[in-house]
Design a protein around this ligand. Structure first.
Ligand code: AHR
Length: 339
């Protein structure tokens, strides 16, 4: 079957799955090999130091802050000359940053795409300039997988499924209607699309679990608060909040408390990320369940970049390992939580 006949999200997943199947075994080797010692050929600097241009999404969440720190610290540790830009969640800013990295003739471009679509033209420019591209954290939706060397990050659909499975389990054996409100991530971003899909897939086995309202809070605490305030006014009954990240869940908690309700008791809250603030709220009983999304991608990114620069084979897809937390597990994990 030609993948171009599939709808875009299905096509992206089809391609990603094919690539994942082909590379999973080698992915483990890539993650643990410590191959960061491979020599780099040198780009704009002219020396043997690898130069990386990294176009970050923004600073919208605790997850993103931890991700940025991991990338900056890992670059310094690996002796990578990092050129870093913050796109403030705007695709046009990321495209500008990538074009500027191409002009500067960096050795590698890495970026976490704000949204899934609209990257082909600029990535083709990078390809023509012989600058390899690594996707981190978020995928792009393009049939041309030659536009990037590898994609390092989580499986967001699995994250959404884990959230949905926990809810199905919680209400097992009950048939009363359960009203769910969903706080979506940034519209058009891979984690927003996939976490929504994964959750819907897992909860369809229980028709009494119903998403009664779903809106974007743009992955920010203020966005989550604002949307939750509106939901609390417009919805006659809310049993569950499914937030696509901790920051929006934390914003929702503020709105719920301001409305005189008890988060985690009157309204069940599920979110994704497991950053320190989210885990603290979970351990305190204000959130009920968190699916982890690991932001510490820096070491693997530097390792992959050095391999790519040295002309070594890298897996097309490198998946990060993640777990889930209930309240007891969060209390246990908190003291040693890195982010
Ligand atoms: O792409 C990862 C997502 O982006 C995180 O879950 C969210 O917190 C962030 O803003």
């Amino acid at each position: 079957m030609s993948t171009t006949t599939l709808p875009s999200s299905t096509r992206r997943r089809f391609l990603a799955r094919a690539a994942t199947a082909a590379v999973l075994a080698t992915a483990l080797a890539a993650c643990g090999s410590g191959g960061g010692s491979a020599p780099a050929a040198g780009g704009s600097g002219g020396g043997d130091k690898l130069t990386m241009g990294f176009a970050q999404v923004g600073a919208e969440s605790g997850w993103r802050t931890a991700n940025t720190k991991s990338i900056q610290e890992s670059a310094a540790k690996a002796g990578v000359d990092l050129k870093f830009s913050d796109a403030q969640q705007k695709q046009e800013n990321q495209i500008k940053a990538i074009r500027s990295y191409i002009q500067q003739k960096v050795d590698i471009i890495a970026f976490s795409p704000v949204v899934e679509t609209g990257w082909d033209a600029v990535l083709l420019e990078a390809k023509r300039a012989n600058i390899p591209v690594i996707l981190t954290d978020r995928a792009i939706d393009s049939p041309d997988t030659s536009l990037y060397k590898t994609f390092l990050g989580s499986d967001f659909t699995v994250e959404g499924k884990k959230a949905g499975e926990w809810l199905v389990q919680k209400y097992q054996g009950k048939t009363d209607p359960v009203a769910i409100v969903e706080l979506q991530g940034t519209t058009g971003a891979a984690p927003a699309i996939d976490r929504k899909e994964g959750f819907a897939e897992a909860t369809k086995v229980a028709p009494n679990l119903k998403v009664v309202a779903s809106q974007t809070g743009d992955f920010t605490r203020s966005g989550g608060k604002q949307v939750m305030e509106a939901f609390l006014k417009s919805q006659p009954k809310i049993d569950v909040v499914y937030a696509h990240n901790d920051d929006m869940a934390l914003g929702a908690i503020e709105a719920i408390e301001a409305a005189g309700k008890v988060p985690g008791k009157d309204i069940t809250i599920i979110s994704v990320d497991a950053v320190k603030d989210g885990m603290t709220a979970l351990a305190a009983g204000k959130i009920n369940y968190i699916v982890e999304c690991n932001p510490l991608l820096g070491p693997q990114l530097m390792d992959l970049a050095k391999k790519v620069k040295a002309g070594q084979e890298v897996p097309k897809r490198v998946l990060t390992e993640e777990t889930t937390f209930d309240q007891a597990k969060a209390a246990e994990a908190l003291p040693s939580r890195q982010y």
